[in-house]
Ligand binder design. Structure first.
Ligand SMILES: Nc1ncnc2c1ncn2[C@@H]1O[C@H](COP(=O)(O)OP(=O)(O)O)[C@@H](O)[C@H]1O
Ligand SMILES: [Mg+2]
Length: 294
C-alpha cells in the first residue's frame, strides 16, 4: 500500500511520527509538499506531476496542511478526489476548517454550541459587532490563524473598535467573539481519529494571559473528557467532514462550547502529554480508508 502525506513542512515532528507509524506496520509513506505538484486535466485525463514525472496514484492521501492551505493545495486535493484516491479530508473540509467563520458556521448549523460571534461589514459596524456579542471584553480573531497568533482580547469597546479599524485599514477582517471569562485561560484539545476521541489534553495559559495554545506558552496536562465533551468533539469533526481533527473546547457557565476544529492538529504536544500513539491511530484509520472502509 502507498500512503501519501501532503505537508508544507516535511521535516516536522508530526510527519516524522506518521512515517514511523507506517513503517511499524510494514508500509511506506511518502511525504510531499502540495506546492511541488503540478496538475493536468484534459478531456479524458486527470494527472498529477512531480518533478516532471507523472505521480502514480497513492492508495490514500493524508492532507496535513491546515492554515497553510493555499488555493493550489486545494486544487491538488480536488485532483486526488477526481482520481478517486481516498483522502482523510476532502478539499471542501480543509477549506472550511481553515476559515474560522466558515468553521463556526458549520458547527452552528450542526447544532454544536459555540461562543456568540459576529463578522462585521468593514466600516461603521464596529460598535454593533462588539455589542451584539454582549459588549466588552471581547475576543478578536483573524479569519485564518493558528497557535493563538492573531487572537486578541479587547477589554473596552474603544480598544475593540480601534483594533477592528486598524485591521480593516490593512484589508484584514476579524471575527468578534464573546470572551468566556469562566474558562480561566484553560481549554481542552480533543483529538479525533475516525469515530473516536483517541486523546485529550487540557491546556492552561500562562498566569495573566488567556490563550492556552502550546505555542503561546500554554501548559499541557492529561485530561479526562466527559461524555458530553466526547460527543461534542465527534459532532464537530463530523460537521466539518474531517476524519482527523483537533477540537478545541472551553467551559462556559452554560456548559462546554466548541471554539474551533483544526484539520491538521499537531501531534507533538498531545503525544508528549498523554503518551498515546496518535500517529499509529492515524495510520490505522488511513489504512481503513484506503480499503474503502469509510
Ligand atoms: N471566546 C473566547 N473566550 C475565552 N478564551 C478564548 C476565546 N477564544 C479563544 N480563546 C483562547 O485563545 C486560544 C486560541 O483561540 P483559537 O480560536 O483556538 O485560535 P487558534 O486557531 O489561534 O488556536 C484558545 O485556545 C483559548 O485558550
Ligand atoms: Mg486553537
Amino acid at each position: 500500500m502507498a500512503a501519501l502525506v501532503l505537508s508544507r513542512n516535511v521535516a516536522i515532528y508530526s510527519t516524522r511520527r506518521l512515517t514511523e507509524a507506517f513503517r511499524a506496520r510494514g508500509l511506506s509513506l511518502s511525504v510531499l509538499d502540495p506546492a511541488s505538484l503540478c496538475l493536468k486535466i484534459s478531456g479524458n485525463t486527470v494527472e498529477l506531476h512531480e518533478g516532471g514525472r507523472r505521480l502514480p496514484n497513492p492508495d490514500v492521501v493524508i492532507p496535513r496542511i491546515g492554515v497553510l492551505t493555499t488555493e493550489h493545495s486545494l486544487s491538488v486535493l480536488q485532483q486526488f478526489e477526481i482520481l478517486r484516491v481516498p483522502l482523510t479530508a476532502s478539499a471542501d473540509a480543509v477549506r472550511i476548517a481553515k476559515d474560522k467563520m466558515g468553521c463556526l458556521q458549520a458547527l452552528a448549523n450542526a447544532g454544536v454550541p459555540i461562543p456568540e460571534t459576529t463578522l462585521a461589514r468593514q466600516g461603521p459596524d464596529a460598535s454593533w459587532a462588539v455589542e451584539a456579542v454582549g459588549g466588552p471584553p471581547v475576543v478578536l480573531k483573524f479569519l485564518t490563524g493558528t497557535h493563538g497568533v492573531g487572537v486578541f482580547l479587547a477589554d473596552t469597546a474603544e480598544s475593540a473598535r480601534s483594533i477592528l479599524e486598524a485591521m480593516w485599514s490593512l484589508e484584514k477582517n476579524l471575527i468578534v467573539q464573546r470572551y468566556i471569562a469562566s474558562a480561566a485561560g484553560q481549554d481542552l484539545r480533543l483529538f479525533v481519529v475516525g469515530d473516536r476521541v483517541v486523546a485529550a489534553m487540557r491546556r492552561t495559559a500562562p498566569e495573566g494571559t488567556f490563550r492556552s495554545n502550546l505555542h503561546s506558552g500554554g501548559q499541557p496536562s492529561v485530561a479526562d473528557p466527559t461524555a458530553e465533551h466526547i460527543d461534542l468533539a465527534l459532532r464537530s469533526s463530523q460537521a466539518l467532514g474531517l476524519r482527523i481533527a483537533g477540537v478545541d473546547i472551553i467551559e462556559s457557565d452554560d456548559g462546554p462550547l466548541v471554539l474551533e476544529v483544526n484539520s491538521s492538529p499537531g501531534l507533538e504536544g498531545i503525544e508528549d502529554a498523554t503518551g498515546i500513539d496518535i500517529a499509529g491511530a492515524i495510520a490505522d484509520e488511513a489504512i481503513l480508508i484506503s480499503k474503502g472502509g469509510r
